[in-house]
Design a protein around this ligand. Structure first.
Ligand SMILES: Cc1ncc(COP(=O)(O)O)c(C=O)c1O
Length: 345
């Protein structure tokens, strides 16, 4: 068995309750493409959790979910404003531009976070049809730097966007980690603050390739359905994705798993808080940590543990904890980091 690593929450397996649900759904035949009882129940559960008369569309990829969400709310001549750290900008092979057309407009963010003040200069007068039409503000919650928008910050951003005729998309590949960290409901971070469309991740938190797009304006439901099929995210054997969401939402399993991953990150940060030679470049608020270490120490650690160097120029690494990261994993890793730093001192 491959050891648990701190490279990505995608490295973790499938939670046993989710795997059991898949197995339980594996009998007989079911209608394809979501016309089955599991999908009906999963959609009802998602609607309950997100409120606001949400329409829920199940998908199987995070990039795909972002494409479906953004294709639902844009035309080929539209611009999508996003943080300069956004996954849709840097890590999705221009999938959004490819499928949606239009343009991504990066705005310099602070530790992944945007604010009305940072966005305002990007929304000055345009030359009309000579510019792509600013149409969507895409936020990531939690951000690519593991930081969080509070409920109030999200509401202010949604109000600001709507006042500028922008719709709001949230890339919530780790949305569960945000809701768990802030101790709020999924609805409190989405429909209740004015988010228009959300990519709700599951894969990074114990599901097996299962994501959902939540569309909060019922008038856009048909657009979303076509967008999902055209962008190849309509699964034929949908029941096996749907059953995962049922298990995930039941008793808020998502919260238990995300809270654990967050707690393991907090523990790791605490164990290393007083070590000379290491500093976290931003606050550890969810399950991602970004330590700056002497390059040689990074390289030593990477011989034993798998994790990525996130920013090459000043040797910032990314460590990610998962729903199955154990206390022992964290203690063992923290001790290795301390040893490597000591050896350099
Ligand atoms: C913030 C964010 N959004 C979207 C994705 C895309 O997910 P996938 O790799 O499943 O396409 C990721 C994956 O790392 C991510 O971190």
């Amino acid at each position: 068995m491959t050891a648990r690593s701190f490279a990505s929450d995608n490295g973790a397996g499938i939670h046993p309750r989710v795997l059991a649900a898949i197995s339980a759904a594996n009998h007989g035949h079911a209608s394809a493409y979501g016309n089955d009882e599991w999908t009906a129940r999963a959609i009802a559960a998602l609607r309950d959790a997100f409120g606001g008369g949400a329409e829920a569309l199940l998908c199987f990829g995070g990039t795909g979910a972002n494409v479906v969400a953004l294709a639902t709310v844009t035309r080929r001549y539209d611009a999508i404003l996003c943080a300069d750290s956004a996954h849709i900008l840097n890590s999705e092979c221009a999938a959004v531009e490819h499928y949606c057309g239009g343009k991504l407009l990066p705005v310099a963010a602070q530790h992944g976070k945007l604010s009305p003040a940072l966005l305002a200069p990007a929304l000055g007068p345009t030359r009309g049809v000579h510019h792509a039409r600013p149409r969507v503000l895409s936020l990531t919650q939690p951000t690519e730097w593991g930081t969080l928008y509070s409920v109030e910050e999200l509401r202010a951003l949604c109000d600001f966007a709507h006042a500028h005729k922008l719709l709001v998309h949230v890339d919530g590949a780790r949305f569960a980690n945000a809701a768990a960290a802030l101790d709020v409901s999924l609805a409190a971070l989405s429909s209740q603050v004015g988010v228009d469309v959300l990519s709700f991740g599951g894969t990074k938190n114990g599901l097996m390739g299962a994501e959902a797009v939540l569309v909060f304006d019922p008038a856009l439901a048909e657009e979303a359905a076509y967008a999902r099929k055209q962008s190849t995210q309509l699964a034929s054997k949908m029941r096996f994705i749907a059953t995962q969401f049922e298990a995930y939402l039941n008793d808020e399993l998502w919260r238990t798993l995300a809270a654990h991953a967050n707690a393991m990150a907090a523990r790791l940060a605490a164990l290393l808080s007083d070590v000379a030679g290491l500093e976290f470049v931003c606050e550890v608020e969810t399950n991602q940590l970004f330590p700056r270490l002497p390059r040689a120490v990074l390289e030593t650690l990477q011989q034993e543990f798998h994790f990525y160097t996130w920013r090459e120029n000043d040797a910032v690494a990314r460590w990610v904890t998962s729903f199955d990261t154990s206390h022992d994993d964290v203690e063992h890793f923290a001790a290795a980091v301390r040893r490597a730093l000591h050896a350099r001192a």
